[in-house]
Design a protein around this ligand. Structure first.
Ligand SMILES: *Cc1c(COP(=O)(O)O)cnc(C)c1O
Length: 454
């Protein structure tokens, strides 16, 4: 029998997260406050607890994963590394395709890998309540679950249009005990302002972020949580790549190329950074390793954005971060992978791309669903629309291997299942899904509004 699932024992869950900041060529550019000076921990302390801020700014290579967090991770981790043998056969490729499957978590994606430690470090720092925003609902579900694990109440501002279109994501959050509000609400000034402007507002991620941050800033025992982009979120996600390395060791293989979908960059950093650690340490196996972030052509942050300081949110509430950005008021056109809708990207992923350590590419929407369906028919798992981006790129690589005869080892990050995204699959199957081209004019208009720095 061929080995399809490479599993690890519970006690092989990593004991430390890997911090790529320790191996960067130049120090990361600091976030800037409203005065355009480096934001101080005190400023950020209004909405984040100290242990997470320390991780955010840390240059330590290895950071201990608390036993309490490993114990919750053990509910679904270590996640399987699987060989997509039937997909290889379907494609007729000499390449070996492996996927790290993060859809086995309670919320169905990689996001609980960071939600759990965020809830834990808030709990030990004395936080009494968490707030957050959610668009498609993946992050809201993850933090609702994590808050419940540590007895922390969670208040979630869910973009109104998703609240109405994704009722089951909302009921998942409520099942895990969270309070979920259709944003804009009348609970915050930001919400009331939005409703005064447009009483029928369908909401936006920008408004929802403003509401969640406002609530956290207004009370000393409430903190805000974010599901991607920030350094500590990428740090937590490195459990993905650290496990994958152990799993490859078990079968005596090493990847030639890694593909991950990229929205805010947390799952991509999570799978790629531990392999980049090998590269930094001069490990020969990693000498020619390529790590490729895959994004949608309709929201091409890494491939068409500017590397500049910009706000993390549409309303300009957050500190400025140096990152690839399409401009904070860029609205991507009709994109079904809600998790890849973000105008910016992780500062760490951005710096590594800028320094030429990693690569980025963009793929059009219809081709990603085509790849997702091919994957489902070969491997059984129905992937999240976000994950389909990495699958498209991996299939194309495998087809290039077929042409050249190269038996490459391809690793892809299967960040989640698509069970709550079947409405998008429906549109694809009905032939109604469209490609949205790179909106050159919209990006140029939005980039013209980048904040002036220095
Ligand atoms: C949120 C999400 C993503 C994108 O977020 P990153 O921070 O870039 O990882 C990708 N896949 C799934 C399933 C998601 O829920």
């Amino acid at each position: 029998m061929q080995t399809l699932r490479i599993t690890l024992e519970q006690n092989e869950i990593p004991t430390h997260w890997y911090n790529v900041a320790a191996d960067l060529r130049s120090p990361p550019s600091p976030p800037l406050g409203p005065d355009r000076q480096p934001a101080t921990p005190e400023q950020m302390g209004a909405i984040f607890p100290m242990p997470l801020l320390e991780q955010e700014m840390s240059a330590e290579r290895w950071i201990t994963i608390p036993e309490e967090v490993r114990q919750i991770y053990a509910l679904w981790r270590p996640s399987p590394l699987c060989r997509a043998l039937r997909l290889e056969q379907m494609l007729g490729t000499p390449a070996k395709i492996f996927y790290k499957y993060e859809g086995v978590s309670p919320a169905g994606s990689h996001k609980p890998n960071s939600a759990v430690p965020q809830a834990y470090f808030n709990k030990i720092a004395g936080t009494k309540k968490l707030t957050t925003e959610t668009g498609a609902g993946q992050w809201g579900c993850s933090i609702a679950f994590a808050g419940q694990m540590f007895g922390l109440p969670v208040r979630i501002f869910m973009v109104k249009v998703s609240y109405e279109q994704k009722p089951y994501r909302r009921s998942m959050m409520q099942t895990w005990g969270a309070d979920v509000f259709a944003s804009p609400t009348t609970l915050t000034q930001a919400g009331r302002d939005a409703l005064a402007k447009d009483p029928n507002s369908e909401g936006s991620l920008g408004i929802a972020i403003s509401e969640a941050v406002e609530e956290a800033a207004a009370s000393s025992d409430t903190c805000y949580t974010l599901g991607s982009v920030l350094n500590h979120v990428l740090l937590h996600q490195t459990v993905i790549g650290l496990e994958a390395k152990k799993q490859f060791d078990k079968v005596g293989l090493y990847p030639d190329v890694i593909y991950g979908p990229c929205g805010g960059g947390s799952s991509f950093g999570g799978i790629a950074f531990p392999f980049l650690a090998d590269k930094a340490a001069g490990d020969k196996r990693a000498a020619n390793l390529r790590c490729v972030a895959v994004e949608p052509t309709s929201c091409p942050t890494l491939t068409k954005g500017a590397y500049a300081y910009d706000f993390g949110d549409a309303s300009g509430y957050t500190p400025l971060m140096k990152m690839y950005t399409l401009g904070h008021d860029f609205m991507p056109p009709g994109i079904h992978a809600g998790g890849l809708r973000y105008h910016g990207d992780s500062p760490l992923v951005s710096q590594l791309l800028h320094e030429g350590i990693i690569e980025a590419m963009a793929v059009p929407q219809v081709a990603t669903f085509e790849a997702g369906i091919q994957f489902a028919r070969a491997e059984g798992i129905i992937p999240a629309p976000e994950s389909c981006h990495a699958i498209r790129a991996a299939i194309d690589e495998a087809l290039r291997c077929k042409a050249t005869g190269e038996p490459k080892v391809i690793l892809l990050n299967l960040t989640g299942h698509g069970h709550f995204d079947m409405a998008s699959y429906d549109r694809y199957l009905a032939g109604k899904l469209e490609d949205y081209d790179y909106p050159k004019e919209a990006i140029a208009a939005s980039l013209a509004h980048l904040p002036k720095v220095g």
